[in-house]
Structure formats: structure tokens, C-alpha cells
Unconditional design. Structure first.
Length: 223
């Protein structure tokens, strides 16, 4: 009888242990299920709150925009190069062989154009609360027009029998070359190219400041 009683006690204890583990598993499963059920509801609540109370987007004011753009200073956005032969002469005519002076000058130079953003004024920029910015850009201008002295040279010079040549003739040729260089760049549309490139640069800059709409107007060039 004592042996049967001992086995009975062991059986009862085993059943109690199994019941305890089973109960713990059920409670743990219910806890996880409740947490998973609450998480989506919290996420939905957050989305609803963000919908009715969105975080406002802060746009820079006009003065800040002007400072950002003016920091670019003189924005060089187009370059034009030229190599041309210039003829300069003096004392030509029937006695050119005696008193004449003629030279051929090979000119190599460049013209650089862009927009001077330091001219931008606060009233040239208008910012709206909706994220729209309108800016009046300064007109493009020629910054540099110069000859490359290392690449420019006198190719040929012919003087009359009774003259040593005009000491100013080469200077005249250089000046003519600079004038033709600048005029050629203008005729090829260097200012239009410089303006377009500058506007693209400013457009990209303003969009990095969170503006969604950018309107750029070019100011009337100064004669």
C-alpha cells in the first residue's frame, strides 16, 4: 500500500508541474498577442495625429535667401576662347615699300561672363508660406576679356626701306584683337549662356533650401 501511495503522489506532482508549465505558456502567449495588437493601434494613432497635426516645413525668409546667394559672389558661368590673325598697317599706298609698316598678329584670348550676385537686393526675393520663391536675378555681364600674352605673338612684320616701323603698331593690333574677341563672344551668345547657367545654379541652390517652386526672372541689363 505504501508503494502505491508513493507512486500516486509522484503522479499528482507531475500533473501539477505539467499544468504549471502549460498555464505559463498560455499566459505568455496571451501577453505577446496583446502587445502585437496594441502596437498597430499605437502606429495608427500616431499616423492620425500626424495627419491632423502635421510638422510644419520651415522656409528661409528673403534676407536669408539673399545672404545664401550673395555668398557665391561673382558667379562665372561661361567662357569663350578665340585664336585669330589680326593685320595692322600704316603708311600703305604707292610708297609703302619705302615708308610703310605692316604686321600680322596671332591673337589668343578668352572672355569670361557670369552674374554678379552681390548686386542682389532683399526686395529682389519674395518668399511665400507655401514654399514658393520668386527671385529677380541680375543680368549676366562680361567679367574678363583678355589676351593670353604667352600664346599671342607677332607672326610677321614688313617695314619700308626708310622706316624702322611704328612703335605703337603692335599695341594697335593687340587692342583690335581684344575688341574682336569681346565682340565675337557677344555675337556667339555668351551672355545668354552665362545667364542660363547661373539661373540653373540658383535654382538648384534654392531647392536645397526646401523650396518646391522656384521662379527666376532676369533683370533688364544695364546699357
Amino acid at each position: 500500500m505504501s508503494m502505491s501511495k508513493s507512486y500516486g503522489n509522484l503522479l499528482v506532482i507531475g500533473l501539477l508541474v505539467i499544468a504549471a508549465f502549460t498555464g505559463w505558456g498560455i499566459v505568455n502567449a496571451l501577453r505577446e498577442a496583446s502587445q502585437q495588437a496594441v502596437a498597430p493601434s499605437v502606429g495608427v494613432a500616431t499616423q492620425v495625429q500626424q495627419f491632423f497635426n502635421p510638422t510644419p516645413t520651415i522656409y528661409p525668409n528673403g534676407a536669408t535667401v539673399v545672404r545664401q546667394i550673395q555668398s557665391l559672389a561673382r558667379l562665372e558661368t561661361a567662357q569663350y576662347t578665340l585664336e585669330k590673325v589680326i593685320a595692322a598697317e600704316t603708311g600703305q599706298g604707292a610708297l609703302s615699300g619705302l615708308f610703310g609698316d605692316k604686321l600680322l598678329f596671332v591673337a589668343h584670348g578668352e572672355v569670361i561672363a557670369g552674374v554678379d550676385l552681390s548686386q542682389l537686393q532683399p526686395n529682389d526675393v519674395v518668399v511665400s508660406p507655401e514654399g514658393r520663391v520668386t527671385i529677380i536675378m541680375p543680368a549676366a555681364e562680361v567679367f574678363i576679356s583678355r589676351l593670353d600674352n604667352e600664346k599671342s605673338y607677332v607672326y610677321d612684320r614688313q617695314t619700308g626701306l626708310f622706316t624702322k616701323g611704328d612703335i605703337n603698331l603692335e599695341s594697335v593690333a593687340r587692342q583690335a584683337a581684344e575688341d574682336q574677341l569681346r565682340q565675337g563672344a557677344l555675337e556667339d551668345g555668351i551672355l545668354n549662356l552665362a545667364q542660363s547657367n547661373a539661373n540653373n545654379v540658383i535654382d538648384r541652390l534654392l531647392r536645397t533650401l526646401n523650396f518646391t517652386e522656384v521662379y527666376i526672372v532676369t533683370a533688364t541689363p544695364t546699357p
